[in-house]
Ligand binder design. Structure first.
Ligand code: ADP
Ligand code: MG
Length: 337
């Protein structure tokens, strides 16, 4: 009897093993509105259940981070920093501190083309309601925009905005970092491959079940129709790709396009590019660089990406495509560029 029971158990184990071996991994995907945008997570997993549990955990990590750096949410760490501008340093979580430190770093290497203290300017624009601030108001608030007036104390984990009225806005970097966080969390859940896409800030890792890289579409900044029209496709594994464009949030008035990437030196939308795509190892840098390069324009922007060892595709204001040499290996253009 004993032997028989042992054999039955052995048979059951063997059967279970056979079932788990025969189940080939599939691709699972879910989308959720988070951080004021749509986040889509795609994973390679053995079952719907496994995928769902991992994706939901990753969504909650993004949600928690988003709550800390939400410009409009009174209880966020960012709102506390802004409320205390010119008054007190504010203690923040190591995560928020780390993001702010990296935002300051990108500001420095881009000579202030990226500047998270753009808040007093950006808050006066409304790209949905087509509200454009007066020239006077834009000029007046420029004195409040300067990343050098962000004082970080790492030992105390505090952040202080030196001048009253300053406002920090991490919108130019936060989604890329959220993709980094979600990816790390998926890995912790045992997921070996997938894509996290926070709108245009995307991180791919591992390979598809057929052992090929992931394909990530890059939008044409001037859509020919309502259907997403792709300009190029990037083949990626273990890379971050971010795209910023003047077509995301904008309005047109008197033939001029006003959009959400502002030049911190003028307070007006940056005018030298239509879109910038950056491919790098981390989401936070890909995201920060797209905004910085967009403001710098094709010449200075290309220099910055080359010096920083990341790859980029820049569509300038006239529609001319500029690329780093590394792009050829990863990106195929629709027009054969
Ligand atoms: P998207 O949000 O479309 O992905 P970006 O990554 O370029 O595009 O971020 C744009 C956002 O960054 C704006 O909505 C604003 O919150 C902020 N921002 C605008 N101009 C700058 C700038 N020069 N430096 C840093 N942040 C900026
Ligand atoms: Mg950005």
């Amino acid at each position: 009897m004993k032997t028989c029971g042992g054999q039955a158990i052995l048979l059951a184990v063997l059967l279970l093993f056979a079932v788990s071996c025969s189940k080939s991994p599939g691709i699972y995907r879910k989308t959720k509105p988070l951080m004021d945008t749509l986040v889509t997570i795609t994973v390679v997993a053995g079952s719907d259940k496994e995928a769902d549990a991992a994706i939901e955990k990753a969504f909650s990590v993004i949600e928690r981070f988003g709550d800390k750096i939400d410009f409009f949410k009174e209880t966020s760490e960012l709102a506390a920093i802004n409320r205390n501008a010119g008054v007190n340093p504010v203690k923040v979580s190591p995560e928020t501190l780390g993001v702010i430190e990296r935002a300051i770093y990108i500001s420095g290497i881009s000579d202030g083309a990226f500047d998270p203290t753009i808040g007093p300017e950006i808050k006066m624009w409304d790209f949905y309601k087509k509200i454009r601030p007066s020239d006077d108001a834009i000029r007046h608030n420029l004195s409040l925009v300067n990343y050098r007036n962000i004082i970080v104390n790492r030992d105390r984990s505090t952040v202080f905005l030196r001048k009253k009225g300053m406002l920090m806005d991490l919108g130019g970097i936060a989604k890329g970092y959220a993709a980094d966080l979600a990816l790390a969390n998926l890995r912790q859940s045992g997921i070996g491959a997938g894509i996290v896409a926070a709108a245009g800030d995307i991180r791919a890792f591992g390979l598809k079940p057929d052992r090929t890289p992931w394909n990530v579409g890059i939008k044409n900044p001037r859509q020919k129709s309502d259907v997403d029209d792709l300009m190029a496709t990037a083949r990626l594994s273990n890379k971050a790709v971010s795209t910023s464009g003047d077509y995301e949030r904008y309005f047109i008035e008197d033939g001029r396009r006003y959009h959400h990437i502002l030049d911190p030196k003028t307070g007006y939308p940056a005018g030298q590019c239509r879109s910038v795509t950056v491919i790098s190892d981390d989401g936070i840098f890909a995201d920060g660089f797209t905004t910085a390069v967009f403001v710098l324009g094709p010449e200075k922007g290309m220099k910055l990406v080359r010096d920083s060892g990341v790859d980029a595709v820049i569509i300038d204001k006239d529609g001319v495509i500029h690329t780093t040499p590394g792009i050829k290996k990863m990106v195929t253009f629709e027009d054969g560029h």
